[in-house]
Write a protein that binds this ligand. Structure first.
Ligand SMILES: [Zn+2]
Length: 245
């Protein structure tokens, strides 16, 4: 299914700086352009992401935060939040779940976008374990924890109240049921990815990402698309067509 629904507020929760740009930044950029307030939540600093012999974890983590913040800006995100977990050892812990529940309750997104906790392989490639951990922690935070008043009642003292998310968009290649037309925003996604200079070096991933978006788009008659398995957690109070951009 494709449609033109644009959330008022969306939260993108991923493990590393650059995960959003490699996967769902076309959707993020399009929604931002149509007035959605996007919050990026990047759980780790990507502080294992260097092969340079003299680079420290502190240095690469700092560089990658700056790159991610710049990439978020390119795609029009309103907030870019770092949780500061260590790269390479992420677990879907209760500590992480609590951090995510707090952010979701604070920002009250209609849509949460994350990865697939079951994805061990993507095409010919092995998936990073942090990606699965981030996805699982996100789903476990959205439902049911986030909306349960008796879970983390201590947040209420800070004025942070339970929240029901409307939709979860899982970025995956399995059991797809939703496609976002990114024809108008693909080039913005590619520009955002270029901000991750420490990761892409001299590589230009533009052709590869364009080709992937074209392959996905072809499945539903679009020039370029990003695919999701979308879940409705709480239906919108009015048909989403009425809220479309
Ligand atoms: Zn990653």
């Amino acid at each position: 299914m494709t449609n033109t629904y644009v959330p008022d507020r969306a939260m993108f929760i991923f493990a590393h700086p650059d995960d959003i740009e490699f996967s769902v930044a076309g959707t993020a950029a399009k929604w931002a352009r149509h007035g959605c307030e996007n919050t990026y939540v990047v759980i780790t600093d990507g502080n294992a992401g260097s092969h340079e012999p003299n680079m420290t974890r502190g240095q690469i983590g700092h560089i990658r935060r700056e790159e991610q913040a710049a990439a978020a800006k390119v795609a029009g995100a309103t907030h870019c939040i770092f949780l500061g977990y260590d790269d390479g050892s992420l677990e879907p812990s209760l500590e992480l779940r609590k951090d995510l529940v707090k952010l979701i309750r604070q920002h009250k997104p209609n849509a949460v976008v994350c990865g697939d906790p079951n994805m061990f392989f993507r095409g010919e490639r092995l998936n990073h374990p942090d990606h699965r951990a981030a996805a699982r922690a996100t789903l476990d935070s959205v439902f049911p924890t986030c909306e349960m008043r008796l879970l983390y009642p201590e947040f209420e003292a800070e004025g942070i109240t339970p929240h029901k998310v409307n939709f979860v968009y899982v970025s995956t290649d399995q059991e797809l049921n939703h496609y976002e037309d990114v024809s108008e925003s693909l080039e913005t996604k590619l520009l955002a990815l270029k901000e991750h200079k420490s990761q892409i070096g001299d590589n230009d991933y533009s052709d590869r990402l364009r080709e992937r978006a074209a392959t996905v788009g072809k499945q539903v008659g679009l020039a370029y698309a990003e695919a999701f398995r979308r879940f409705t957690i709480t239906p919108l109070p009015q048909p989403e067509e009425e809220k479309s951009a």
